[in-house]
Design a protein around this ligand. Sequence first.
Ligand code: IYR
Length: 222
Amino acid sequence: MADAKFVPLSSYHEYPVEEMKQRAATFYADMQRRRSVRHFSDRPVPREIIEDCLRAANTAPSGANMQPWHFVVVGDPAVKGQIREAAEKEEREFYARRASEKWLEALTPLGTDEHKPFLETAPYLIVIFSQRYGLTSDGQRIKHYYPAESVGIATGILITAIHNAGLVSLTYTPSRMGFLNEILGRPTNERPFLILVVGYPAHDAVVPSIRKKSLSEVATLL
Ligand code: IYR
């Protein structure tokens, strides 16, 4: 710890307890409105909104503060088309052969199939990569710690930031994702984590009728 440097925690702000309760309840009420959406409008979204949401995601805690993530924002219709084509090829294989009966059964309530038109309709695809290790400018490998956990946390913050901005998103994981490195020219130390589809919902968007578990089902308070 000899070289550790510390500065005062000047960013922390304490709220009175009543205000904390109010903030926690209000935040929950707002998050409860978030839904994963598969029907997008093609309405454009200002790029700076996406950039600020990515800045928020980049504040995420990560193993040894290595920030083992990379975000590729795809707005180019030609690239979105390439991603759709490659993803649907994987999904045709998934739904016809790769998926077990049990897996298909678990997906039934979501009504998903091999067609992924949202990959072209939505204004942005944010492709999130997890870096298995980092690289210095002279090509030396830097060890990354807990990349899966770190990228998962950053992705959660990104989803929350997008919802907070007033947009909708879909966490989309094609059955196999290696094609994303090729299409987007990402290096071999990066693994595709997921595609976050972002935009406005279509006017006639519908969502599956599913429910979240209650607090007592997911939490134990000792
Ligand atoms: N990737 C496929 C299948 C799929 C898998 C899970 I796990 C989901 O939560 C939803 C879908 C698809 O997107 O259709």
